[in-house]
Structures are given as structure tokens and as C-alpha cells.
Write a protein that binds this ligand. Structure first.
Ligand code: DGL
Length: 272
């Protein structure tokens, strides 16, 4: 039996934090990762534009016969899931529902903070997902756009990162939240500083782990999980020249990346 791959995409390198968890939980699975490096960032763009980009990338990956699609970008997950679900018949997994589920499991007080890009926070997708699971939850949100370039620059543990976190998080720190969702692919890289600023009474929730669990559950249910004796291969596609993705990506993935190919989405062509 020929086993199909799992398709994963993000606006750039950020989704590699989700891929890392999938590779860790399901090392037997082949994956195809797409980073839309020519059009990153998504967090500052309109919902309509992000949904269109997501749809184009999903078409590219679905043509490569994937069995499941992971939208490993909070911004795209917050605005594009209904469109993707209406266009494609394979299961589509976003990062918002899994993150919301984990937050609801972890909170004791029901007061939950969410941080993300301007697009994710503006969509209120986390607030809706959390309230669907726990209608009496109180959700406080805050956009932290500068965390994205800080994480990409590797400035995750210096004075600039600390001061930025202190300023962004001051309102949430004074609020009674006991749980904070890191609602952006880049924020796990700033976990140490965010934890220091928020203090030990606040538990940080990272959607990536819970998303990997959701992927496993769906594949088990559909009898599409590869046998654990297999070992997965990982391919990477990007929409701009690969150099920047390769340079920064290793830090997000936690290991060296395999071959990265540049792709033209208009022509649906792959060049080495
Ligand atoms: N990957 C995006 C997210 O999780 C962050 C980077 C961007 O703005 O494109 O929302």
C-alpha cells in the first residue's frame, strides 16, 4: 500500500514549530511543508487576502495527493478554514481549535489570555473557539506583532525582547488570567521571556503539540496512520528563494532542514 503524505503550510518558517511536533509524535509520516515566503507576513493582511493565499497553497498541496492538510498558521487558521473545508474533501486541521481545547483543559479560573498577530486577534477566532468549549470563560486578547520579527531575528532572549514583552503583556499581567495561549507560530520561541514576564501563576499554552495530537487522532480514525516501523521523509517548498528559509528555519524546526524547493504557485512548477 502506498502511503500518502501529510501537507502542512504556513506563511513562512513559523509553521515549522507545528511540523516539529508532528515529526516528534508521528516520526513514521511523510510530510510536505509549504512556506509562503514571497508573501509573508499574513498577520498584517486582510482576511480576504489570507484566505485566497491559503486556498492557492492548499490546491498546490492537494495536487500532490496529501491525505490531510494542516494549516500551521494561526492567522490563516483564523480566517480560511471554512473556505478550505468547502473546497477540499480531505480533513483540514487548523491550530486554533486544538489551542483552545488545551487552554480550556488547563485553566482553573476560566480566565484565559490569547496573544497573536493583528489578523488572528482581529478575527476573534480564539475567543469563539474557547467560548464554544466553555461558554462561561472570560477571554482577554492582545496583538503582539513585533514578536514575529524578533523570533525570526533570533532575538528571543535579550533586552529588546524582554522590554517588548513587558510592554505588550502589561495589560494581561495585571488581569486575573491563569492561562495564556501563544496564538502565533513564532511565539513558542519567545516562551522563556513570556513566562518570565507573566510569572509562575500563568500557564502558557502552545497549540503545536495539541495540533499534532489532533492529526494523529484523525489518521487513526481513518485507518491512514503509517505503521510505526516506517520512517518519514520531509520535503519543503517555498515561494521565494530558499536562502532565508533555510537560514532561519533550522531554529524553528529544532534540527537541520532537508532539501528546500522554490515553487511558482501560478504555474504550479517546482524548481530545485
Ligand atoms: N504564521 C503566522 C501566524 O501564526 C505568523 C507570521 C505571519 O504574520 O505571517 O499567525
Amino acid at each position: 500500500m502506498a502511503w500518502k503524505s501529510i501537507g502542512i503550510f504556513d506563511s513562512g518558517v513559523g509553521g515549522l514549530t507545528v511540523l516539529r511536533e508532528i515529526m516528534h509524535l508521528l516520526p513514521q509520516e511523510d510530510t510536505l511543508y509549504f512556506g509562503d515566503t514571497a508573501r509573508v507576513p499574513y498577520g498584517t493582511k486582510s482576511p480576504e487576502t489570507v484566505a485566497r493565499y491559503a486556498d492557492e497553497i492548499a490546491s498546490f498541496l492537494v495536487k500532490r495527493d496529501i491525505k490531510l492538510l494542516v494549516v500551521a498558521c494561526n492567522t490563516a487558521s483564523s480566517v480560511a478554514l471554512p473556505l478550505l473545508n468547502s473546497h477540499f474533501s480531505i480533513p483540514v486541521v487548523g491550530v486554533i481549535e486544538p489551542g483552545a481545547r488545551r487552554a480550556v483543559q488547563v485553566t482553573r479560573s476560566g480566565k484565559i489570555g490569547v496573544i497573536g498577530t493583528a489578523g488572528t486577534i482581529g478575527s476573534s477566532a480564539y475567543t469563539r473557539a474557547i467560548k464554544r468549549l466553555k461558554p462561561d470563560a472570560e477571554v482577554l486578547t492582545c496583538a503582539c506583532p513585533l514578536f514575529v520579527p524578533l523570533a525570526e531575528e533570533g532575538w528571543t532572549d535579550n533586552n529588546v525582547a524582554r522590554l517588548t514583552a513587558e510592554i505588550y503583556l502589561s495589560g494581561l499581567k495585571e488581569s486575573p488570567i491563569d492561562t495564556l495561549v501563544l496564538g502565533c507560530t513564532h511565539y513558542p520561541l519567545l516562551k522563556k521571556i513570556i513566562a518570565e514576564v507573566m510569572g509562575p501563576a500563568v500557564t502558557l499554552v502552545d497549540s503545536a503539540e495539541e495540533t499534532a495530537l489532533t492529526v494523529k487522532e484523525i489518521l487513526v480514525e481513518r485507518a491512514e496512520l503509517r505503521p510505526s516501523s516506517e520512517s518519514g521523509n520531509h520535503s519543503y517548498y517555498v515561494s521565494d528563494i530558499p536562502a532565508g528559509f533555510v537560514r532561519v528555519g533550522g531554529r524553528f524546526l529544532g534540527e537541520k532542514l532537508g532539501d528546500v524547493f522554490q515553487v511558482s504557485l501560478e504555474e504550479d512548477e517546482v524548481s530545485p
